[in-house]
Design a protein around this ligand. Structure first.
Ligand code: UD1
Length: 359
């Protein structure tokens, strides 16, 4: 079968890495990178480190408003689909690249497989939720990462060719997690810089990432979040998404906040390591708070709702508003019921199941 895969943003490179490894044993894959993420630390590092086949084409759409970025991807993908005529289009997650891929393929009546289907956070004004809804409804095969995903799809009337295969991020975590403890020179550069130079000890820091527009578009909200991190009882390691670089400058944050260690975005293997050794993660990233849950690290999630609803059980993750007091209260006062943890996201064999079903 000729399969055309669309990726564009950081988490999709990791998901595609897990599936491509299995897919390419049986099928021909043509990999399209939309160029939604383009910084070295947001894109190239993943292809090098995760040994992902090089994209066959990069649309280089870059950053723009939602409509312009989505439109550029849509036009670019349509041209490629017309030229290559694949048997199917494979899409991941909930980014603008995902939704544009879905619309382009659906208009040309090319079947779509959506990996990470049925995830719902409950807020239609979040771009990710919009992208999820459109993609799930246009897809031919919907691969949900957990049973809740199957249930959400059923509520919206999608029941045909829906499969709970588990989460391909668990496949990736298991595969690359083994590398994360290897100190062979290629995988510990960021770790060395933070742990040795900044004298931060494993298991004695918080890990934070903040990049969602709802927390970064308003500088006052963003400042309040940083002030909470500044007041915490242990240092906070904060890999900075490029979207927030200018805000940090405007707030003179690097000079001002001594408890926060601002670093460049991390590669995936280092990110796994930093997550494993954190006291808690404090984040608005969907991927990170789920990865923390899978590794039994608690989290404070600065979002109104999460698509990863299972992780809220037993307070492994708790939602917080972007207010200093609420964040501090959630970090310090949350009682976690450790017995409640369950492997909701499968056994690390999601990619095999997906490829078997599609085959
Ligand atoms: C996107 C996804 C989000 C995902 C995140 C992972 C959408 C709507 N959102 O958000 O679901 O959690 O990726 O990181 O698709 N930028 C750079 N360099 C880059 C990439 C981005 O400087 O390599 C900056 C640009 O200023 C850009 C901003 O980040 O305007 C936002 O980038 P964009 O790709 O639109 O969305 P993300 O916020 O990264």
């Amino acid at each position: 079968m000729n399969i055309l895969t669309v990726v564009g943003a950081r988490p999709q490179f990791i998901k595609a890495a897990a599936v491509s490894r299995v897919l390419r044993k049986k099928h021909n894959e043509y990999l399209v990178h939309t160029g939604q993420h383009y910084d070295k630390n947001m894109s190239d590092i993943f292809f090098l480190e995760l040994d992902i086949p090089k994209p066959d084409i990069n649309l280089e759409v870059g950053s723009d408003t939602h409509a312009r970025q989505t439109a550029a991807i849509l036009v670019g993908i349509e041209d490629i689909l017309l030229a290559r005529k694949p048997d199917m289009v494979l899409l991941y997650g909930d980014t603008n690249s995902t939704m544009a891929g879905a619309i382009a393929a659906a208009k040309l009546c090319i079947p779509i497989a959506h990996v990470e289907a049925g995830v719902r956070g409950g807020y239609k004004d979040m771009p990710e939720e919009q992208n999820r809804i459109v993609t799930d409804h246009l897809a031919t095969w919907n691969f949900a990462p957990s049973q809740i995903g199957v249930n959400f799809l059923a509520k919206e009337g999608i029941t045909d060719k829906v499969f709970n295969v588990g989460d391909v991020m668990v496949d990736a975590l298991l595969y690359y997690g083994n590398l994360s403890d290897i100190h062979d020179g290629s995988y510990y550069m960021a770790r060395l810089a933070v742990i040795d130079e900044k004298r931060v000890l494993p298991d004695k820091y918080y890990l934070a990432t903040i990049h969602r527009p709802e927390n970064t578009d308003n500088i006052l909200l963003y400042k309040d979040i940083l002030e909470a991190l500044e007041l915490l009882d242990f240092p906070v390691i904060y890999p900075v998404h490029p979207r927030t670089r200018n805000l940090l400058k405007e707030l003179d944050a690097i000079k001002k906040y001594k408890n926060i260690i601002f670093i460049e975005p991390l590669g995936y293997v280092d990110m796994i390591w930093f997550t494993r050794h954190a006291i808690k993660v404090i984040t608005d990233s969907g991927g990170l708070h789920k990865e923390a849950y899978v590794q039994q690290i608690p989290g404070v999630v600065i979002l109104r709702g999460t698509g990863w609803n299972e992780t809220l059980k037993g307070n492994w993750n708790v939602l917080a508003s972007p207010k200093k007091e609420d964040i501090l209260a959630k970090v310090y006062d949350t009682k976690i019921d450790k017995e409640v943890w369950q492997p909701h996201y499968g056994d690390g064999k999601a990619a095999e199941k997906i490829v078997e079903i599609l085959s």
